[in-house]
Ligand binder design. Sequence first.
Ligand SMILES: [Fe+2]
Ligand SMILES: [Fe+2]
Length: 335
Amino acid sequence: MSVNYELEPIFPEFNVYPPRWNFDNERAWQLYRRAKREQWDEEEIDWNRVREIASGLDRKQRLAIAYWWSLLSTFDNATPVFAYALVKAHELHLDTAVKGVLTTITFDENRHNVMCGLAINSVLPGYPFNFKPQDELERKVKLNTLWAWYNGSRYWKAYLEAYSKYTMDVLFTSFMMGEAAATTVFSTMSKGAKVEEFSKLFKKTAVDETRHYAFTHLIMTENASSMSEERKKLVSKQVRAGFVFLSLITYRPPKDFWRLPSWFQEVNEHMEDLAREAGFYIPELKEKEEAWRMAILRVGSTLSRYGVPMPAIPELGITGEEVKDLKEEDFIPVF
Ligand SMILES: [Fe+2]
Ligand SMILES: [Fe+2]
């Protein structure tokens, strides 16, 4: 094939080349700068102190706390979620600052994931894969973790496929509910935590999640005015999906989507009580409902400004657009 090098090359579509920069999206630049400023190190936490406190607890209490962190890691396994979004953002040549923010979120989520691992490793090393249950309850707890993670693998499949179905703006705004819920959960947990190291962890994580929320808010406000009615409907559906997906840890898993053992909820509540007795603060059902209501109000007020209908959340007595039959392939929300 003869190539005429006298002409400029024609670059293929959906390719990270050529590199290109723009410096005009000031709101995104501000967020990128904030993300760099607010970085922190999970190894600054005194993990020896956590180990020391854990050594004073009994086996079931340690299991309950490790179990909670394992559930959290279902959602904070989001490094590849954002790494993938970052690749796509480069292929689509989005704004330089938007790509910058996505790079920082990828790094943040890795920190959150390592934090889950460090917490488990300090409280009950080897959980769950090297944990040998000694009774029926322990066997069910371990299975709870593994089945929650199995549902995560269903979510990952749906997420990858979502990129061929949705546009980037719909995808990013569907992260909104997850980030809003995460912000509330982590700030409540940081206020209630008796173990100082955990309080610090949750506070710092809440700062990250607040920033992630600000990112989804930015994308939403930049794109919503030009969104078609059909896309707006997709966004409402994603907000509902966010509630359903995250409710496993932030409320109680609704029937849609989740495939879990019949004992899941009972064992889960039992573990939450054990963790609370051990001084590990987990919000009670009433507080969880309140946290969700706040998150939904927050997201809802932004959505309504752009004519995006709020989905009905009958679990919390919130009326709105009815979203029926959420399917496996509809799930995109992340922490
Ligand atoms: Fe996040
Ligand atoms: Fe996170």
